[in-house]
Design a protein around this ligand. Structure first.
Ligand code: DQA
Length: 146
């Protein structure tokens, strides 16, 4: 089983950006956490982070026929990007949405998730743990589908 893990804009600034919201661990620590989680669960994973909407769309498109599942934190593009929603729908690879913070308790402009409309499940407000839950959920979902 092969998963693509996508992180959107400013996730590379973890550890520096708003530690009271996103914690003190950096993106390198997140990458390590996700890689460890995947290997513990027998999943091959590739991690991708970009600050550019089009690059994320390109990466989703090139996942077609290659990856079994996608875990995505589109970051700010969550709330604006119909292009990312359309790309997820186009490839139709089962996807789980993750947010480090609890977006439901934040500003009004964060209350819509376009990408989430193409996802089978969303985890928010659990910090790094949300990525672990997402990987496990996706694995169980795909195994049940066999
Ligand atoms: C985020 C929440 C988004 O609203 C925000 O723009 C981010 C990170 C999160 O992981 O909590 O950049 O996706």
């Amino acid at each position: 089983m092969k998963f693509l893990i996508i992180n959107g804009p400013n996730i590379n600034m973890l550890g520096i950006r708003e530690p009271s919201v996103y914690g003190r661990q950096d993106y390198a620590a997140l990458k390590q956490f996700i890689s460890d989680t995947c290997s513990e669960n027998g999943i091959e994973c590739e991690l991708f982070q970009s600050n550019h909407e089009g690059a994320i769309v390109d990466r989703i498109q090139s996942a077609y026929g290659v990856f079994d599942g996608i875990v995505i934190n589109p970051a700010a593009y969550t709330h604006t990007s119909i292009a990312i929603l359309d790309a997820l729908k186009a490839v139709a690879i089962p996807a789980v949405e993750v947010h480090i913070s609890d977006v439901s308790a934040r500003e009004d402009f964060r209350q819509i998730s376009y990408a989430g409309m193409a996802c089978i499940k969303t985890y928010m407000g659990l910090g790094f743990e949300g990525y672990r839950q997402a990987v496990i959920y996706l694995k169980n979902y795909l195994e049940a589908d066999k």
